[in-house]
Design a binder for this molecule. Structure first.
Ligand code: ADP
Length: 391
């Protein structure tokens, strides 16, 4: 029997999972995804679609129980010996991967109001593993932890001090992706410790300014709604819009939250789709507006993050759009001409790792992210080395 590490990344409408041989966590044996949860879930594993014997309204819990049973039956010769989880919010206290205990779960539940679309699903994953394999160690890996290296000022809002002291801070997210990318910079960049902006452009989208491969600033804030235009989230917004919706449009808090976090972004502006592929394929003027606004905000935030770094040496694209959409990278790089970016069109069309010309003042790169891989590494590090439990 070989020991294996199971990684779960349980999101609002999808559950990604991966199984790694524990001896070499970078060797991924199975990588799969169940998406369209709530709309008739679909299962894809190791690049192939598989039937999913579940009702179309199956809940996260139903799907997780099916998944753990399925994995136990379909990984012969492997013993699941540890599990690692993506946990979106670690608040101020969880600044590193943490072994899960009852106390840790209770503290993570208390953070659920800060990430209502994600945290309960992350915790459902932890509960499902405990039901199936009650005795294996579980590790929580946080999307917020990577950003705790930021200067205090970068983490503050200009609000009354009592709110700040109570935890209303810029936490930042996508930290597992940025951590993974930071480990890849020495392979791709001449100066990996220089001033780098990483653009994680997916359904959720954010950017992170790195110096010495540590987070200096990021576009997401207290929640994952702030910053860039996303698939369904509005990104940067004047808080006055919220007062107007509540007071003058007589909307409830839930209605406002739904509009800004589920019905805005690319979907809200286009009225067509939250998926960048659909918009790029459309000739509807509203689809063009959505793409234009996505690119405009991305360029604006690169400028802002470059300011926090005192300049910029390299730009890295990752995430579903960043890795796969040459036209969007092209347009963002055109908007960075003032920073010295000169695009290499052939390299960009191929997503070659470096997509700017040799004489470009700003080098740009495409580096696929691997959130599950970094969770496996962190889980292995914590479960194979003796480590005190965090209570
Ligand atoms: P999530 O945040 O859910 O993990 P992903 O990182 O998978 O999202 O990114 C999903 C986004 O990537 C969608 O908007 C999708 O349209 C976009 N995308 C994927 N492939 C392409 C492509 N070839 N061209 C343009 N956009 C793409």
């Amino acid at each position: 029997m070989n020991d294996a590490t199971l990684v779960l990344n349980a999101g609002s409408s999808s559950i990604k999972y991966a199984v790694y041989r524990s001896e070499t966590p970078t060797e991924c044996l199975v990588h799969g995804q169940i998406d369209r949860i709530g709309l008739g879930p679909q299962h894809r594993s190791n690049g192939t679609d598989h039937p999913l014997p579940l009702a179309s309204d199956a809940t996260h819990s139903d799907i997780l129980d099916w998944l753990t049973t399925h994995l136990a039956a379909n990984t012969p010769g492997l013993t699941i010996a540890a599990a690692g989880h993506r946990v979106v919010h670690g608040g101020q206290d969880f600044v590193a991967p943490t072994l899960v205990t009852g106390n840790v779960v209770a503290r993570l539940e208390a953070l659920a109001p800060l990430a209502p679309g994600h945290q309960p699903h992350n915790l459902a994953g932890i509960a499902a593993i405990a039901r199936r394999w009650p005795n294996i160690p579980q590790v929580a890996c946080f999307d917020t932890a990577f950003h705790r290296t930021q200067p205090q000022i970068a983490q503050m809002f200009a609000i009354p001090r009592a709110l700040t002291d109570g935890g209303v801070l810029r936490y930042g997210f996508h930290g597992l992706s940025y951590h993974y990318i930071s480990t890849q910079l020495p392979t791709h960049l001449d100066n990996p410790d220089g001033r780098v902006v990483v653009a994680h452009l997916g359904n959720g989208a954010s950017m992170c300014a790195l110096h010495n491969r540590q987070s200096v600033a990021t576009t997401m804030g207290f929640t994952a709604i702030d910053g860039l235009v996303m698939g369904r989230r509005c990104g940067e917004l004047d808080p006055g819009v919220i007062f107007y919706m509540l007071r003058d449009l007589n909307m409830t808090v839930t209605e406002v939250e739904t509009q800004l976090s589920r019905e805005s972004g690319l979907l809200g502006v286009s009225g067509i789709s939250s998926d960048m592929r659909d918009l790029l394929a459309s000739d509807d003027p509203a689809a063009k507006d959505a793409i234009d606004l996505f690119v405009y905000q991305a360029c604006k935030k690169i400028g802002a993050l470059a300011a926090t770094l005192g300049g910029i040496d390299a730009l890295v694209f990752t995430g579903g759009i960043g890795e796969n959409s040459a036209p969007i990278r092209d347009r963002i790089l055109q908007g960075c001409a003032w920073l010295g970016a000169k695009i290499d069109h052939r390299a960009n069309a191929q997503a070659a790792p470096r997509i700017t010309t040799p004489d470009s003042g700003l080098s740009a790169h495409v580096i696929p992210t691997d959130e599950e891989g970094i969770i496996a590494q962190e889980t292995r590090a914590l479960t194979c080395a003796p480590s005190p439990l965090v209570e």
